[in-house]
Design a protein around this ligand. Structure first.
Ligand code: ATP
Ligand code: MG
Length: 442
């Protein structure tokens, strides 16, 4: 028999990496996400919004029709594919609203009247990954369907403001605009086309293309060379009729009454096709180029366009990664919490059996427990177990060795406060731990 050399061994398997722009949520960051989710659950409950979850995959038509063909998302950012088992055209959802509206229509949810809804989950867009811009990112969003007045526009904006306050975000400003109604936009669009045609030589390549497809989007251009030209373009606000102005003023009055400062930005048009009347964004200077943490507005035409009975609607969506980043910058991320209350140590064999029973009893009493589990399946010295107990963040250690077992006892050690250690009867461990916790908080 020949001795095996390292060269005889199978080659080390190559590791496989995750997809670019799609991130793992690692244990060290989980508490921040849970905190964020907890805060919006409370927020939506405070305003009477109900949760609705749609699947991550939808028929591609949902987004083509819902978002509009001539938008960045549909033109170049969607993960669309054919299901090779049945030929269906499918898309990983790039945003929440079109899918939610699909679900509302399909399940006839507006049958009994208007609905306040919220959602949260991963979205997918094929963009260039960079700080604050990922290919899988996560949104939290709210949608109020079937309400026509400016009061609901104001309500959802107030919810946003309350959310930033709860999360301790600093330096978030609100910009709003009105996109009016379709005929007003048509008039404005005609004036825009005339204006940009007159200055065609100053347009960049993207804008020339948009002139023929969606000239409003030219106003969205970030190209510094075009800013002066855009500044001088006809403003949609000047084309709004009485009704649209009244709605816009109504929203502003309600915001003012609640001390919500906002800036009217006539160039705010939002990327998606489905908006009308009020649109808005919350922006920060703290995150570099990806400074919009949330945005939304009214989208009255969408429900009918998706095949439902005409109904008004408005909502907004927030990027969770950007908000967490801003919380970090604002110093308002929650402190990492200890993982458990009690760490249980033992020496294997009979002591392990008893330790497991004790750990289960503690958990039944609502106490969080980590039971020592040796990596090699054998056992370890109390000294090395105690290091693990310290690192776990536990407040107390319960130690069950052969000596303790022989006396029907356990040792209870305070790991944070006094460092005291005392013997307690095995069948009184739950009471002993509770007494110690209560004593420490008094
Ligand atoms: P941007 O102008 O930054 O591309 P958007 O107008 O495309 O944003 P919306 O469709 O309004 O964004 O989505 C709402 C929010 O979702 C954004 O304000 C942002 O916080 C977040 N978001 C959008 N795209 C991404 C992305 N690729 N990665 C991380 N967050 C994103
Ligand atoms: Mg975008």
């Amino acid at each position: 028999m020949t001795e095996q050399t390292s060269s005889d061994k199978a080659p080390k398997a190559q590791k496989i990496n995750g997809v670019r722009g799609m991130n793992d949520l690692l244990p060290g960051d989980a508490a921040q996400w849970f905190h964020l989710e907890h805060v919006f659950r409370d927020l939506t409950r405070a305003y009477g919004y109900e949760f609705l979850r749609t699947p991550i995959v939808e028929a591609t038509a949902v987004f083509q029709r819902g978002i509009g063909e001539v938008t960045d998302i549909v033109e170049k950012e969607m993960y669309s594919f054919e299901d090779r088992l049945n030929g269906e055209q499918l898309t990983l959802r790039p945003e929440g609203t079109a899918a939610l509206v699909r679900a509302v229509i399909e399940n006839n949810l507006l049958y009994e009247g208007p609905k306040r809804l919220w959602y949260s989950g991963p979205m997918f867009r094929h963009e260039r990954p960079q700080r604050g811009r990922y290919r899988q990112f996560h949104q939290f969003g709210i949608e109020a369907l079937g309400f026509a007045g400016p009061d609901i526009d104001a309500e959802i904006i107030l919810m946003g403001q309350r959310l930033w306050d709860e999360l301790g975000l600093k330096g978030v400003r609100l910009e709003i605009n009105s996109l009016g109604q379709a005929p007003e936009r048509a008039e404005h669009r005609a004036a825009l086309v005339v204006y940009f045609e007159q200055h065609r030589d100053l347009l960049d390549e993207d804008s020339v293309r948009r002139l023929g497809t969606n000239p409003l989007r030219i106003l969205d251009s970030k190209n510094p060379a075009m800013q002066e030209l855009i500044e001088g373009a006809p403003k949609l606000l000047d084309f709004l009729g009485e009704e649209s102005l009244k709605h816009f003023e109504g929203v502003q009055t309600l915001l003012k009454a609640n001390n919500i400062p906002c800036k009217i930005n006539p160039r705010l048009v939002r990327g998606l096709d489905y908006y009308n009347l009020t649109v808005f964004e919350w922006i920060t200077e703290e995150l570099g180029a990806q400074g919009t943490i949330a945005g939304g507005g009214r989208y009255d035409p969408l429900i009918e366009r998706m095949g439902g009975k005409a109904a008004t609607a408005c909502g907004w969506a927030m990027g969770m990664e950007r908000v967490l980043e801003l919380m970090k910058v604002s110093g308002s991320l929650p402190e990492p919490q200890a993982q458990c209350d009690v760490f249980v140590l033992h020496q294997g064999g009979e002591t392990l059996i008893t330790a497991l029973v004790v750990a289960e009893r503690l958990r039944s009493a609502g106490i969080d427990v980590i039971l020592f589990c040796p990596a090699d399946g054998q056992t370890a010295s109390f000294k090395s177990q105690m290091k693990k107990a310290d690192a776990s963040g536990a407040s107390y250690a319960v130690i069950i060795g052969p000596d303790e077992l022989a006396k029907n006892e356990a040792q209870l050690k305070d790991l944070r406060g006094t460092g005291n250690q005392q013997a307690i009867p095995l069948d009184g461990v739950v009471e002993g731990v509770i007494d110690a916790i209560v004593g420490a908080t008094e």
